[in-house]
Design a protein around this ligand. Structure first.
Ligand SMILES: Nc1ncnc2c1ncn2[C@@H]1O[C@H](COP(=O)(O)OP(=O)(O)O)[C@@H](O)[C@H]1O
Ligand SMILES: [Mg+2]
Length: 281
């Protein structure tokens, strides 16, 4: 598929293929992300979305293909060079990945303290500034266990932006949150975009994707089956995309590839699915 190259693209993947334990996860994946743009990579659970973020960070090595960050190929880089590039990238992990034994403030300032380049007073100032950006300055002395799921994600965002990275990756930032939590995360992502950050989200949350993204990739069965705008995605006629927009009875357990279902379980699942309203946009 010729996806074209976004003008001034600063993140690029070209024909990236990745397998683990002999199993193909991603095949010939192409993506380019322009400065200040948000792209969302959509796809069902287990399709390889987190894997793509890890490949971009250089945490996983592709079998083949090229990955460029800041227009620089990361393939031949030494670990020290990769670390330098990574300082410009932050990732908000799916579960927040906060350190439970540290306070909120220590979590947010952790990377800056480790780098040891700024005086502690300055780090304290930055921690407070980033926490107030996500509306949580009052939680500075609390521990993660004392926070709700949505608050933890906001602290994770504050931690991600502490070192003022140019790129921010979000792995399922809204999964498991209530509507207010989702609204807060969306607003923060939009504000970061207005500040000129280049952001990449992977998610299966279509509503949030449409709220914050300008470009969309769709990953299905190891392949990129779509790259384009919201309008193009809404009218795309690939069965994998249609099914994602409105799952039907035929979609049941397809992703799990379970064939011999207990008939009672199957019926319950069908009833449950039938009660859920179709997604509205
Ligand atoms: N360390 C690993 N060893 C083996 N399989 C893995 C490993 N990490 C991920 N996978 C497999 O790779 C596939 C893609 O995983 P992932 O990128 O986490 O999917 P997603 O983020 O879309 O839910 C999954 O089927 C998962 O089981
Ligand atoms: Mg994932």
């Amino acid at each position: 598929m010729d996806v074209g190259t976004e003008l001034n693209s600063c993140i690029r993947m070209e024909r990236v293929t990745y397998s683990v334990g002999g199993r193909r996860i991603i095949t010939d994946f192409d993506m380019s992300l322009g400065k200040g743009v948000n792209r969302t990579i959509l796809g069902v659970s287990g399709v390889g979305k987190t894997t793509i973020l890890k490949l971009l960070l250089g945490l996983l090595k592709p079998d083949s293909g090229e990955i460029y960050l800041n227009s620089q190929s990361i393939a031949g880089l030494r670990e020290s060079q990769l670390s330098r590039l990574r300082r410009n990238i932050a990732i908000v992990f799916q579960n927040g990945a906060l350190f439970d034994s540290m306070t909120v403030g220590e979590n947010v300032g952790y990377r800056l303290l480790e780098e040891g380049e700024l005086p502690e007073k300055e780090i304290e100032r930055i921690v407070l500034e980033k926490l107030s950006f996500v509306g949580l300055e009052k939680t500075i002395n609390l521990y993660p266990a004392e926070l709700s799921g949505g608050m933890k994600k906001r602290v994770a965002i504050a931690r991600a932006i502490a070192a003022d990275p140019e790129y921010i990756f979000f792995d399922e930032p809204t999964t498991g949150l209530d509507p207010i939590g989702i609204y807060n995360i969306r607003s923060l992502m939009q504000t970061l975009q207005r500040q000129g950050k280049t952001t990449l989200m992977v998610t299966h949350d279509l509503h949030t994707a449409f709220a914050v993204s300008q470009r969309f990739s769709f990953l299905h069965d190891t392949q990129l089956i779509f790259d384009g705008s919201e309008e193009e995605l809404r009218t795309a006629d690939h069965p994998g995309i249609r099914e994602f927009f409105s799952p039907t009875e035929q979609s049941l357990f397809v992703n799990d590839r379970i064939t011999n279902l207990d008939p009672l379980l199957h019926e319950r699942a069908v009833t449950h699915l039938a009660r859920q309203r179709p997604i509205k946009h």
